[in-house]
Design a protein around this ligand. Structure first.
Ligand code: HEM
Ligand code: HEM
Length: 150
């Protein structure tokens, strides 16, 4: 079961990355053309946020299920890069990214001006993308060769 969740969590990274990049591109195009902020653009932001929430739920399941949470506060693992990564860095980095993505959706909803909507969407999803790229255990990182591309 947990192995299945891990494969799903791993593959879903591409859905998250694609939706973030697509939302950012559409946001920039819409703003530069002076288009009204459409229902379609709002829905794109919503789907992006949902993909982040699904990753959050799967990630927390793995974090607790695979025993990473029980290592929290254990100073002996802090010197082991891969362990420190999953116990602290991946958790904190992705949590902040999911919060930024959620803000990117809800603050857009709250804005009344279309230019402000485009700006907020670009800023919050852009920051989330940077953090996610930095927090993924890419297999080219030393020590993370066991983690795949999918
Ligand atoms: C640990 C799990 C999760 C947490 C802590 C969480 C947290 C949140 C929060 C704080 C909001 C409010 C955002 C706002 O103010 O607009 C929200 C909205 C939402 N979440 Fe999640 N979520 C989780 C999992 C999920 C999952 C698994 C899904 C879907 C498969 C999901 C779908 C949604 C949807 C559709 C909204 C409403 C967005 C809207 O219409 O404005 N969430 N969630
Ligand atoms: C956008 C959000 C996220 C993305 C794109 C993402 C991406 C990934 C990727 C690519 C892996 C490697 C999977 C593999 O190759 O087997 C992974 C593993 C993992 N992630 Fe995330 N993640 C996200 C959010 C989270 C969150 C919020 C948590 C919560 C704690 C979390 C916890 C974990 C855990 C526990 C593992 C498994 C490590 C192991 O036991 O080997 N992830 N994640």
């Amino acid at each position: 079961m947990l192995t299945g969740f891990q494969h799903l969590h791993s593959a879903l990274r591409w859905v998250v990355l694609f939706l973030l990049v697509w939302t950012l591109i559409q946001s920039r195009i819409g703003k530069s053309k002076g288009d009204a902020f459409s229902a379609k653009q709002a829905k794109l932001g919503l789907f992006t946020m949902i993909s982040l929430h699904v990753q959050l739920l799967l990630g927390l399941t793995l974090y607790i299920g695979k025993g990473w949470s029980s290592m929290l506060g254990d100073s002996t693992i802090m010197g082991i890069a891969v362990m420190r990564f999953f116990v602290v860095e991946h958790l904190i980095g992705m949590l902040i990214a999911v919060i930024l993505g959620t803000l990117g959706h809800s603050l857009v909803k709250r804005a009344s001006d279309d230019t402000v909507k485009y700006k907020r969407q670009f800023l919050f999803f852009g920051l989330a993308l940077v953090l996610i790229m930095a927090s993924i255990p890419w297999p080219i990182r030393p020590g993370f060769e066991a983690y795949g591309w999918f």
